[in-house]
Design a binder for this molecule. Structure first.
Ligand SMILES: Nc1nc2c(ncn2[C@@H]2O[C@H](COP(=O)(O)OP(=O)(O)O)[C@@H](O)[C@H]2O)c(=O)[nH]1
Ligand SMILES: [Mg+2]
Length: 454
């Protein structure tokens, strides 16, 4: 991407609103912007980070809108370049006219993520922080938001920095001896190198494990409601959502397609999926619905297996159990407001929650159980890092593999060149996370997933 261009894009989402912000970035953007901005109190050159009131006119001198104008001199700006923002009224037509004025005058429409890319290339943020901006925008729960915010703060980068530093220290020691092939590494150096690298491996492995949890916050959790017809799946979906989303009747086979809704359960962004009741049916539509439910089992993080508490357990309950027993599931005994007629056989999971969707009872316990089943490691330190990106996990894993290979080589006294290579590869892998060694195609891929204007 060409860093010389002045780029422009709306920084606010499309649609109507009180205000829309159009952002320009790049060398000379302030001169370009001043050509079309007519301040109500004239000035020669704008003071950085100060709002000016005025009018935006096009090249023909025709007024486009009454606007506020702010100049942010680099490097104290989002991109670390000179940035100008035009705050106009929030209408589609106005925004496109403002864009048109500047595009005509030589600015170029920014590509998706190009502002963040420039902030990265100009060294204002590293790659994990750029990715955190996207996560922050897409966060669907408070916890996802706070995880993204701490990554934006540089928590992950700092921790990686300390690992990289200890690997670099070991590499320095080894490289110092490479030039003396007839000499052996002193025993105390070997010992301190080994300890340092082993500690880095342990900490990186903890970080890698945290992805199991972190992923749930960044990608969200898929929760599947399963059970025979009329156990109360759709009613439970509505109760958890707090709205009458799914159709509820006492007619078996009411729900036929998959029904999905997003909600937050104890800080976890969840996609709740209601399904057709599991049973043998002659109705082709219902059969298709049952097949769709079965297909979703493997891609679900957790299944709620519903059993009607007001009736005896029957063969249909067992066939529902059969199809989810190899996945993670919680048994939910429904209709607890009715007289309980159920005697739950031992085959069902020991995690049992009783609920009444009608009376809204047991729902908090169910939410808590869902949370505990998914967040296995509840003993984790609240402040320790949670990896939320698969890209980071893959890179950290490859670094750990290099470091383990290094320890093995060290123990079997392989040549110093070999040892140095393993350490350099580990550094490269970690550098890929923060962006120092990331290849251009990976960078393109990351930034292209940003929205325009970010
Ligand atoms: N008493 C009582 N009835 C319920 C409860 N949940 C669902 N039902 C009833 O059970 C029937 C089937 O409910 P529905 O949610 O459609 O079941 P689904 O086929 O599993 O989706 C309906 O008549 C509901 O009113 C509950 O908590 N208490
Ligand atoms: Mg239903």
């Amino acid at each position: 991407m060409d860093l010389q261009d002045i780029i422009i894009a709306p920084a606010t989402p499309p649609g109507e609103g009180g205000v829309a912000i159009i952002r320009l970035s790049g060398q000379g953007c302030v001169y370009l912007a001043q050509k079309f901005f007519y301040p109500s109190r004239s000035f020669e050159y704008p003071i950085s980070h100060t709002l000016y009131h005025g009018y935006l006119k096009n090249a023909q001198g025709i007024q486009v809108d009454e606007v506020m104008f702010v100049f942010m001199a680099g490097p104290r700006s989002f991109t670390a370049e000179d940035v100008v923002e035009i705050h106009c009224h929030g209408g589609q037509q106005i925004v496109s006219m403002v864009l048109h004025v500047f595009l005509q005058a030589g600015a170029r429409l920014a590509r998706p993520g190009e502002f963040s890319y420039r902030a990265f290339v100009n060294g204002r943020i590293d790659l994990t922080q750029a990715e955190a901006i996207a996560d922050l925008i897409h966060a669907r729960s408070e916890k996802s938001h706070s995880l993204a915010l701490s990554q934006l703060d540089g928590q992950l980068s700092q921790s990686l920095y300390s690992h990289k530093q200890s690997i670099k220290d070991s590499l320095c020691l080894i490289e110092a001896w490479i030039d003396f092939p007839e000499e052996e590494l002193p025993a105390e150096d070997i010992c301190s190198i080994r300890n340092g690298i082993a500690a880095a491996v342990r900490q990186l492995e903890t970080m890698i494990c945290s992805y199991n949890t972190g992923r749930l916050y960044s990608e969200g959790v898929s929760l599947l409601l399963l059970g025979k017809p009329n156990v109360g799946k759709s009613s439970l979906m509505n109760a958890l959502l707090g709205e009458e989303r799914a159709i509820v009747t006492d007619i078996e086979g009411t729900t036929r397609d998959l029904l999905e809704e997003g909600l937050v359960i104890n800080g976890l962004p969840v996609r709740l999926v209601d399904t057709a009741g599991i049973r043998e049916s002659c109705d082709p539509i219902e059969r298709e619905g049952v097949m769709r439910a079965r297909k979703r089992i493997d891609s679900s993080d957790l299944i709620l297996l519903l059993i009607d508490g007001s009736r005896a357990v029957d063969a249909e309950d067992f066939s529902a159990l059969n199809i989810c027993s190899s996945s993670k599931y919680i048994t939910v005994v429904t209709k607890s407001d009715l007289t309980e007629k159920i005697d739950l056989p031992v085959e069902f999971s020991e995690k049992v929650v009783h609920v009444s969707s009608r009376k809204h009872e047991g729902l908090d316990r169910l939410r808590e159980q869902i949370y505990l089943s998914l967040i296995a490691d509840s003993s984790r330190d609240e402040n320790s890092i949670l990896l939320t990106s698969q890209r980071h996990k893959v890179a950290a894993t490859s670094a750990v593999n290099c470091l383990k290979r290094f320890i093995k080589a060290l123990d079997s006294s392989l040549s110093l060149e070999f040892l140095a290579t393993d350490l350099r590869e580990a550094l490269d892998a970690l550098g890929g996370i923060t962006g120092e060694t990331t290849t251009d195609d990976v960078l393109d891929d990351i930034f292209s997933r940003f929205c325009i204007g970010k």
